[in-house]
Write a protein that binds this ligand. Structure first.
Ligand code: ATP
Ligand code: MG
Length: 596
């Protein structure tokens, strides 16, 4: 066996294998170089998903002739001047990106240093360097990459269809753009401009641009600091979720990172607020001393290692929880928008879209009034209107209210279908799903009692027969249940005796509750932590103890529910993550009726 030192092109190809998984990785490296060069504008162009061509043009400080010659050399970098790897404040630090690209593709760099009268060009094709020659470019740097991986056919085979690669490139640029609002970004392919983010004054504006909507209605703002770490950003309200975690953007000192630990912290922060198969949308920016985080742990620099990860994790959960608590009963604006859309797209014939329908109704009205049925119709209508429990005028329990006195969730004006509370707010109406809302209130009360839940002793214990395994599962959690106010004992094989129930759900059907609880417990998978088991148990109890849909409520009960919702954390969504209410603003209702 002969040991030999590999030639430099082979070394670069091997490095490229790690650094450049696909065209989007090359774009990431080049865009990061542009940011490190102080660019305020970065334009990216691609063809065939970046496979046949990609270019990144910036207006940064550029390179002079000698710097250009060095830039494509392996381990040549301008970014760690004091040789200190523990204090990196730039995206780049290895001097690997450009030589790696040059080893696997056809690379052309044209650059003009701010102080230089002209621009220069160099090319590298499969590791072969050209001479440096003058070239036209007014400022900054333009890097072009053709035929990605032509020199390493094995890697070429792994590339996906152009549309897939384009999607990955878009995602890469969105990530980088998110944490750099002061820089403008564009992306175009052979067909069209795909992204265009103009310079933005702040993160919120840039995030709104990327999300293609004003984020203020659907997101809570994070701001927490401690131990030299600062966490800012945006976390979606629990009623605004996605089916996967692709829209969870994380940044450490401006660097987009993927981090299982931090993703886990996000999941933890939302636990009990959203269904387990849904994912919040977040953009979280962690700022910390560069010396407390190691960025040199991943070939594509997408992962980092924290000196003390538990601090970051804890702060992140606190930041998200606090932000959601601050907007505690807020429901995502998109829900009202969807509601309004469904009104607009209703099948009802409208005067503008269906002239015949309008004529039909009009002639019906004419002919029926001729037959003087109008009065009958009117009487039938007024009988119907006065029949419900109460209205503002007909019910003395409901005070007339000055506009500014309206509490946030308004004053109850009535109950519809014995399920929905309709309330009037300062500038709109709110429709509450009474069961969903009450379930959240009950859940928070049971959960927060933390071992001191009040119990209601039963005069005679209730014996409930269960499948043997279910009874055993329930009894195994006897102590925990007791802390929640549910006192049970074994009662021979396959039965339990219930001695007391949580006072807050005292009117519930005990047998049903116990059967349901034991089923829930039997479904627990081994991996579930005790804390999560208890949350699930609380949720089950809350469901049993809550006002059912279909129960008539009086005005006091309705208003009490609304006031409690205003004071209870997370009351904008039920424990299954569905909204507990929707709000329609008067201005939107007016639009529906063509008043605006
Ligand atoms: N767009 C640019 N504008 C100005 N200088 C640049 C630009 N791109 C690269 N350079 C110079 O070329 C050098 C090499 O770039 P390269 O991306 O290969 O390495 P790096 O950025 O230093 O480290 P890393 O490999 O971690 O990205 C940089 O250190 C920088 O001095
Ligand atoms: Mg670089």
């Amino acid at each position: 066996m002969t040991i030999r030192i590999l030639d430099s092109n082979l070394v670069n190809q091997i490095a490229a294998g790690e650094v450049l998984e696909r065209p989007s990785a090359a774009i990431k490296e080049l865009v990061e170089n542009a940011i490190d060069a102080g660019a305020s504008r970065i334009d990216v162009a691609i063809e065939e998903g970046g496979k046949s061509f990609l270019s990144v043009t910036d207006d940064g400080f550029g390179m002079d002739k000698s710097e250009l010659a060095l830039a494509i050399e392996r381990h040549a970098t301008s970014k760690i001047p004091d040789n200190d790897l523990s204090n990196i404040n730039s995206f780049g630090f290895r001097g690997e990106a450009l030589p790696s690209i040059g080893a696997v593709a056809r690379l052309t760099i044209i650059s003009r240093a701010k102080s230089s009268p002209e621009a220069y060009k160099i090319t590298v094709e499969g590791g072969e360097k050209s001479a440096i020659s003058p070239a036209p470019l007014s400022r900054g740097t333009k890097v072009e990459v053709r035929d990605m991986f032509y020199a390493t056919p094995a890697r070429l085979k792994f590339l996906k269809a152009s549309t897939t690669e384009t999607g990955k490139i878009e995602d890469t640029i969105k990530h980088i753009a998110m944490s750099n609002p002061a820089i403008s970004f564009t992306l175009k392919d052979e067909k069209k401009e795909r992204l265009n983010y103009p310079q933005a004054p702040d993160l919120q504006t840039r995030f709104s641009d990327i999300m293609k909507e004003d984020i203020s209605g659907n997101f809570a703002t994070l701001a927490t600091a401690g131990n030299g770490v600062e966490i800012t950003g945006f976390a979606s309200l629990p009623t605004y979720t996605r089916g996967n975690s692709l829209q969870q953007y994380l940044f450490v000192n401006g660097r987009p990172v993927k981090d299982r630990l931090l993703l886990g912290a996000i999941r933890g922060a939302y636990q009990g607020l959203i269904p387990s198969d849904r994912f919040p949308v977040v953009a979280i920016f962690i700022q910390m001393p560069a010396s407390d985080v190691d960025v040199n742990v991943h070939p594509a620099k997408t992962e980092v290692r924290f000196k003390d990860s538990s601090i970051i994790r804890g702060l992140m959960v606190t930041a998200i929880r606090n932000a959601l608590l601050d907007s505690h009963f807020k429901v995502a604006q998109t829900i009202s928008e969807d509601a309004l859309k469904s009104f607009r797209s209703s099948d009802l014939p409208s005067a503008t879209t269906n002239k015949n329908a309008f004529n039909f109704q009009y002639s019906f009205w004419q002919s029926s009034s001729k037959k003087s049925t109008a009065n009958t119709l009117f009487e039938a209508r007024s009988a119907y209107v006065s029949e419900p429990a109460f209205t503002a005028e007909s019910n003395p329990e409901l005070p007339a209210c000055e506009e500014e006195d309206f509490p946030p969730l308004g004053l109850a004006r009535g109950q519809l279908h014995e399920t929905y509370i309709v309330s009037q707010t300062k500038d709109g109406i709110v429709i509450v799903d009474q069961h969903a809302a009450h379930e959240r209130l009950t859940y928070e009360k049971i959960k927060n009692a933390k071992g001191t839940a009040e119990s209601q002793l039963l005069l005679t214990p209730e014996i409930v027969d269960l499948p043997e395994a279910n009874a055993a599962g329930l009894l195994a959690l006897k102590d925990e249940l007791e802390k929640l106010g549910l006192v049970i004992d074994g009662f021979g094989e396959g039965a339990v005796a219930v001695r007391a129930v949580p006072a807050i759900i005292k009117d519930t059907d005990i047998k049903k509750l116990i059967e349901d609880l034991s089923d829930t417990i039997a479904d627990f998978k081994g991996a579930l932590s005790l804390e999560n088991k208890i949350k699930d148990i609380c949720a089950k109890m809350a469901c049993h103890g809550s006002v059912r849909a279909g129960r008539r409520l009086n005005a006091d009960e309705m208003n009490a529910l609304l006031r409690q919702m205003e004071q209870t954390p997370n009351s904008g969504q039920c424990i299954h993550g569905r909204p507990t209410y929707i709000e329609l603003k008067l201005k939107d209702i007016e639009k529906l009726f063509g008043r605006r």
